[in-house]
Design a binder for this molecule. Structure first.
Ligand SMILES: NC(=O)c1ccc[n+]([C@@H]2O[C@H](COP(=O)([O-])OP(=O)(O)OC[C@H]3O[C@@H](n4cnc5c(N)ncnc54)[C@H](O)[C@@H]3O)[C@@H](O)[C@H]2O)c1
Length: 250
């Protein structure tokens, strides 16, 4: 039997690269798709047959070419959408260029890939799992996060609709909602928030870590293991769900 083929969109990023690694460790064949060069990530993956492809999620033409009815990426059994960008700032001073950038990647980009997957499944119906990266910011808003939260709330709504539409093919879609992950993206956010509040980066990071009863940040690998479960064949009874990866309330 051939290995399960999983595409990781955004797989050159901090979380996507670890997702690709955990999938490869579990014997899956991984295609890493990113607008950034992902060849180094692919070289570091255990096993054989992994490839990287250049892909910008803001192009619907590229999404359809790589993942649509005649996918240049080849037949795939799962697709993880882990691309994403962040922006922080109060509503009163929203930078509309940043608004467009965040929504274009996090929400419209996901919809481009989702449309390609839908057309692919119509041409080739099969068991297939889509995992979209939302965030705890896609479940609960907080001051300063309006643009990012709008994209991640929107993505959950999109995922729920997509899951209903592709169920007829035997395919499914779910979202993961990671909390505060020990990552460069969170560190950059802590720096921006720390500058705005005057509290500094390290104190802001400590505050993020203390926001749940775990009293720590979540490791990227802890996120990747949940994603691997959802992308794999053990989760065929789950679709339309948003899975939070975070500690309990304090
Ligand atoms: N880091 C966190 O604390 C955290 C928490 C919750 C959710 N998330 C979400 O997890 C996902 C991964 O985050 P990360 O920490 O790995 O971020 P990251 O910045 O390290 O990686 C994001 C990846 O997306 C790629 N990307 C951005 N725009 C793209 C485009 N137009 N086309 C193709 N690829 C594009 C980047 O090149 C990068 O490789 C994101 O969706 C993020 O919003 C992150």
């Amino acid at each position: 039997m051939s290995a399960r083929h999983v595409v990781v969109v955004g797989g050159a990023g901090a979380i996507g690269a670890v997702v690709a690694t955990v999938l490869a460790e579990q014997g899956m064949q991984v295609t890493v798709a990113d607008r950034a060069d992902a060849s180094e990530v692919v070289r570091g993956l255990p096993g054989r047959g992994h490839v990287s492809i250049p892909f910008d999620v803001t192009s619907i033409d590229d999404a359809l070419a790589w993942f649509g009815p005649e996918p240049r990426a080849g037949r795939y059994d799962a697709l993880v959408f882990a691309a994403g960008v962040n922006y922080t700032g109060p509503v009163a001073t929203t930078d509309w260029t940043q608004w467009k950038r965040v929504l274009d990647v996090n929400l419209r980009g996901a919809a481009h890939v989702g449309q390609a997957v839908s057309r692919n499944l119509a041409a080739d119906p099969r068991e297939c799992s889509i995992v979209y990266f939302s965030s705890t910011a896609g479940r609960r808003g907080e001051g300063g996060a309006s643009v990012y939260a709008a994209s991640k709330f929107g993505l959950i709504g999109f995922m729920e609709c997509h899951a209903s539409e592709i169920a007829r093919y035997g395919a499914r879609a779910n979202a993961v909602c990671p909390g505060n992950i020990d990552s460069p993206m969170l560190r950059a956010l802590a720096q921006q928030v720390g500058e705005r509040t005057g509290q500094g980066t390290e104190a802001t990071l400590a505050e993020f870590a203390g926001s749940t009863a775990f009293d720590r940040l979540i490791a990227i690998r802890e996120v990747a293991q949940v994603v691997a479960f959802l992308a794999g064949p053990a989760s065929t009874g789950m679709s339309g769900q948003s899975v939070v990866i975070d500690g309990p309330p304090r």
